[in-house]
Design a protein around this ligand. Structure first.
Ligand code: PMV
Length: 317
C-alpha cells in the first residue's frame, strides 16, 4: 500500500481575535506558505494495532499506546478511530512535520490535527468530509485551549478566508481584490491558552468594559467584511490599526509586538496589528501596492525572527 500524505496550511486572524471567543465575528485566512504534513505508511510486518508516530520537529518518536490519550496527536488519531468505528489502527508509521512555527498564532496545532485526521481517515479507506474533519479537529482544540472559538480549525479545514461566528454555519469570504499581508514573528512563543485565560479573568473582573471592547472588535470585523467583499482593500489598514488598539486595551499586546507594529507603520504599511492570541507570536501588516519587501525588511531590522509575505485571495485548498 503506498504512503498516504495529507497537508494543512497555517492561518492568520485578520480581525476579531479574542472577541470571537465571546460570540463576535472574526475574519481569518489560510497561509499556504507554511504547512503541516502527515504521512502514513503501512507496516505490514509490524505487530497488528501498533501505530508508530514520529514528529522529528518536536523530538517525538513513540507509539500511539505510549502517548497520553490527550496528547494532541494521539487525540487526533483516537478521534478518527472513534468516528470510523475502528477498534485498533492497522500497523503503520505516521510521520508528522510542520513548517508552521508552534505557539505563534499561525495555527500549527490545528493544522497538525487536520493533517493527521485527513491522512488517517484516507488510510483507513474512509476519507472524511470537511465538515467532519473540522468537527474532530475542534474536539482536539478543546483539549488544549479550553474554550476555543473554533476559528482555527475552520479556516484551516476549508483553506479559504472565512467570516466566522462561533456556533454558526461557516461563511467563506469572496475576495474580489486580493491583497498582500506581511507577517512578522516576534520569536516569543505564546501559547494561546495563556492569553485566552487572562482575557477571561479580566472579562470576569470587568464585564462591562470587556463586552464594550468585544463589541468594538466585532464592529470592525463587520466593516472589514464589507470592505473585502466590495474590493475596497485600502480601508483595511485603518481597521487593522483600530483593531490593534482594542487588543492593546484587552491587555494582549507586548513590547515586542508593539515594536514590530510600529516598524511596519513607519515603513509605509497602511495598517498593522497583532494576530492571534497575542503576548508574543505574530503580527500582520497590510502592504501597499509595492512595499511588501520594504515592510518585511523593516520588520527584520526591528527584531522579527521571520517574515512571510502572503497573498489573501479567495483561493481554494
Ligand atoms: O491560535 P491563535 O493564537 O491564533 O489564537 C486563536 C484566536 C483566539 O481568538 C485568541 C482564540 C480562539 O479560540 O478564537
Amino acid at each position: 500500500m503506498p504512503a498516504i500524505s495529507a497537508y494543512a496550511p497555517g492561518k492568520i486572524i485578520l480581525f476579531g481575535e479574542h472577541a470571537v471567543v465571546y460570540g463576535r465575528p472574526a475574519i481569518a485566512a489560510p497561509v499556504k506558505d507554511v504547512q503541516a504534513r502527515a504521512m502514513l505508511q503501512a507496516n505490514p510486518k509490524g505487530p497488528h494495532g501498533v501505530l508508530k508516530i514520529r514528529a522529528p520537529d518536536i523530538g517525538l518518536d513513540s507509539t500511539l499506546d505510549e502517548l497520553p490519550r490527550d496528547h494532541p496527536m494521539a487525540a487526533a488519531v483516537f478521534a478518527v478511530l472513534r468516528e470510523l468505528g475502528v477498534a485498533r489502527p492497522p500497523a503503520g508509521n505516521l510521520k508528522v512535520t510542520a513548517s508552521i512555527p508552534p505557539a505563534s498564532g499561525l495555527g500549527s496545532g490545528a493544522a497538525v490535527s487536520i493533517a493527521v485526521i485527513r491522512a488517517l481517515s484516507a488510510f483507513l479507506g474512509s476519507p472524511l468530509p470537511d465538515e467532519r474533519v473540522c468537527a474532530l479537529a475542534f474536539e482536539v482544540e478543546k483539549l488544549h485551549h479550553g474554550t476555543p472559538s473554533g476559528i482555527d480549525n475552520t479556516v484551516i479545514t476549508y483553506g479559504m478566508p472565512v467570516f466566522f461566528v462561533k456556533g454558526e454555519p461557516i461563511e467563506t469570504l469572496h475576495v474580489p481584490q486580493p491583497f498582500t499581508i506581511v507577517i512578522g514573528d516576534t520569536g516569543v512563543p505564546s501559547p494561546t491558552a495563556g492569553s485566552v485565560g487572562d482575557v477571561r479573568r479580566a472579562w470576569q473582573a470587568g464585564k462591562a468594559r470587556y463586552e464594550a471592547l468585544f463589541d468594538s472588535a466585532g464592529g470592525i470585523a463587520e466593516a472589514a467584511r464589507q470592505s473585502i467583499l466590495i474590493g475596497l482593500t485600502e480601508s483595511l489598514g485603518p481597521l487593522m490599526d483600530a483593531n490593534h488598539g482594542i487588543l492593546r486595551k484587552m491587555g494582549v499586546s507586548s513590547p515586542e509586538l508593539e515594536r514590530l507594529v510600529e516598524a511596519a507603520r513607519e515603513a509605509g504599511a497602511p495598517g498593522a496589528k497583532l494576530s492571534g492570541g497575542g503576548r508574543g507570536g505574530n503580527m500582520i501588516a497590510l502592504a501597499g501596492r509595492n512595499n511588501a519587501e520594504t515592510i518585511a525588511s523593516a520588520l527584520q531590522a526591528a527584531g522579527a525572527v521571520r517574515t512571510i509575505i502572503t497573498q489573501i485571495s479567495s483561493g481554494g485548498k
